[in-house]
Design a protein. Structure first.
Lengths: 283, 283
């Protein structure tokens, strides 16, 4: 048996073709006004700079503009809040991405929560999290939203399946757990205090690695026939899961790279287009 | 072995003694101004009327005022929103309770979410849910908040324990799951689509019945030595769990009545006092 590869790269390209048409229609409707995603990068973390560039490139591919806001690593919370306020007030800006993580002197949660909910296309606000978790309309956090879209595309119905999410961060593990629960999976949220994690993972029909440590989840923890979702990315092109020992036994898996990463960007760009469409429809 | 009874009635009385002193201090600080909890009851459901009366009585016992708002069962969403707006704007009103459930023609979620977050002492807004879930300051939903307080009082540390929450409602199952996860339990959220629920419950160190069906969770699903929390209440004084077959085998359990019910009210009243204290401190 060879597992089905959940090809996030291919799906993201297909999504971008659809988005290109929708952006083109929006530009016409708006007499040439092009939707803008503002990207905020604070400090000089090289990975963050690469992620922001990839997101800006995706905007360009679908015909959107991006507006880079680059702030020095000494930026204060107040300075970042002021910047977010300016972007919130700017009618051209349809979505705001604050690249995580910000330097440690900044209150990241406070800054995330300052983003206007209608521009929270990366799904980072606690208000948006609450709405999504309770089944209301909101842009979900981009990475788990991209994962749900990938599962949907491959017609993997999670209803009734046992899902184990390893990690409980505000923008990955927690929203992933709530999205899977809302889609009727039976979800277990694991973390650093979980006792006998290998045994808990062994019971899972669906395993999501969202822990942020290279190959932390070992292949022999994962049962034959599982659906394996790796949301990690680390130097050397490896994820949170020891995938090499799983590919021959799993039902399906996301490759690293080319699985969850492209879907995160596709979700962000999709949400920005949806935000623009919602705004145009309302006006 | 006889299980430890988690006596919510006794603890709620102890909490009320503390609150009485704090309310008295607040009234002095505010030159005689007494904190007010507004209670909104829509329609003529007899159980809801009883719950509201119990909450108003608790206000009285600790020296607070309550302001009953009683609306006919034909009330529209807009009429209820207008009423909430009035209470949000009223500086005397420190907390707002909208008794669940409201008649079916009303958009309950929209009305819950209209409550100003600083007055959301029952913990029903999606914004408050998001803040609580992400570990930020917010009044948690009253029933799960009361349960956490009961566990804390009996020095039951949930960290590392496996907890199974049966039910995923916005004001009970979901916030319970997030509070237990934030307290480092390994939480599984079960619901109507869960496959082999008895087996999942059998693995739990902590079982929370939050499903709203009389004795739905059978005694033989629960392992010896479990901590059994019954958040249900049904006619005849029974809960969501078949407690009679558990009391001799559990480590600890909440009686019905006298367990979770009084703690729900204690949490609501505590939150109202905290809201007043926060407001006084800020002014």
């Amino acid at each position: 048996m060879t597992a089905l590869k959940l090809d996030g790269k291919a799906l993201s390209q297909q999504i971008e073709r659809d988005l290109t048409q929708r952006v083109s229609a929006l530009v016409k409707t708006q007499q040439g006004r092009i939707p803008v995603l503002a990207t905020i990068l604070v400090g000089d973390d090289p990975s963050s700079a690469i992620y922001v560039r990839m997101k800006r490139n995706a905007c360009q591919r679908v015909g959107m503009d991006s507006r880079p806001v680059v702030l020095p690593k000494e930026t204060t919370t107040q300075q970042l809040l002021d910047e977010i306020d300016r972007l919130n007030a700017d009618a051209d800006v349809r979505g705001i991405l604050l690249q995580h993580p910000v330097p440690s002197q900044i209150d990241e949660r406070r800054c995330f929560d300052r983003i206007a909910i209608e521009k929270d296309v990366d799904g980072v606000t606690s208000h948006g999290f609450g709405l999504m978790a309770l089944g209301e309309r909101a842009f979900g956090s981009a990475t788990p939203a991209g994962i749900m879209r990938l599962l949907h595309h491959y017609q993997i119905d999670v209803a009734g399946k046992s899902a184990v999410v390893v990690g409980r961060s505000p923008i990955l593990g927690k929203p992933m757990a709530m999205m899977l629960s809302n889609a009727n999976a039976t979800v277990t949220i694991c973390h650093s205090k979980t006792v006998d994690l290998p045994e808990v993972v062994r019971r899972a029909d669906i395993v999501v690695g969202a822990v942020g440590k290279p190959e932390f989840i070992r292949a022999d923890w994962i049962r034959d026939g599982a659906i394996v979702i790796d949301a990690g990315y680390h130097a050397g092109g490896i994820g949170d899961i020891e995938l090499s020992g799983v590919i021959s036994r799993a039902l399906a898996y996301t490759p690293v790279p080319g699985g969850v990463g492209p879907m995160t960007i596709a979700a962000l760009i999709s949400h920005t287009v949806e935000a623009t469409e919602a705004s145009v429809k309302a006006s």
